[in-house]
Design a binder for this molecule. Structure first.
Ligand SMILES: [Zn+2]
Length: 173
């Protein structure tokens, strides 16, 4: 597993004054949800009018669901985040460990588990830690360093010679 540098934004547990940016992002989020809902409604109407399309759609959803199941994450691949939502509540979110923060990870909490508000943006966050311990690596000790190839040695000698020349030129000034 590669090392990931996790980012924080604000301190979720301390008081937080919403910024103008926070208000703007929350407004945009609301507009996006409305547009998505409209599209879903139109789609549902089309499916009602066309059973074959509805069946194709159902099949596509089922395939996507199966695919997601096959990517089940292990506990040590899941990062826990303490997140402050626009409504002011602090909730815990889980993301794949490779994301440096829950916003670029595209985390969209569906609804606040505290107040039930929906479509909320994240205003502050900090990493808590991995959900599970990383299993002890059972692999053999790392392989010994590779011996440099002839080409690498030649490049190194060339660089040293250049450096030498530069130093000599400096001294003769
Ligand atoms: Zn809330």
């Amino acid at each position: 597993m590669r090392e990931v540098e996790y980012r924080s934004h604000g301190v979720p547990l301390e008081g937080y004054d919403l910024t103008r940016g926070d208000h703007r992002r929350q407004k945009e989020r609301g507009e996006i949800s409305q547009a998505a809902r409209r599209m879903a409604d139109e789609d549902a109407a089309k499916c009602r009018a066309d059973p074959a399309m509805a069946e194709r759609r159902r099949q596509a959803f089922e395939n996507a669901w199966k695919l997601m199941q096959s990517f089940q994450k292990q506990d040590h691949e899941v990062m826990r985040w303490r997140v402050r939502l626009y409504c002011g509540h602090i909730v815990e979110m889980h993301m794949h460990y490779s994301y440096t923060d829950p916003v670029t990870g595209g985390a969209l909490p569906r609804r606040c588990s505290e107040c039930g508000a929906q479509g909320l943006t994240i205003v502050a966050y900090e990493p808590i830690g991995l959900l599970g311990e990383r299993p002890e690596s059972q692999s053999a000790p790392p392989p010994p360093p590779k011996r440099p190839t002839r080409a690498e040695l030649e490049r190194r000698v060339e660089a040293l010679e250049k450096e030498n020349k530069r130093l000599r030129a400096k001294r003769s000034l």
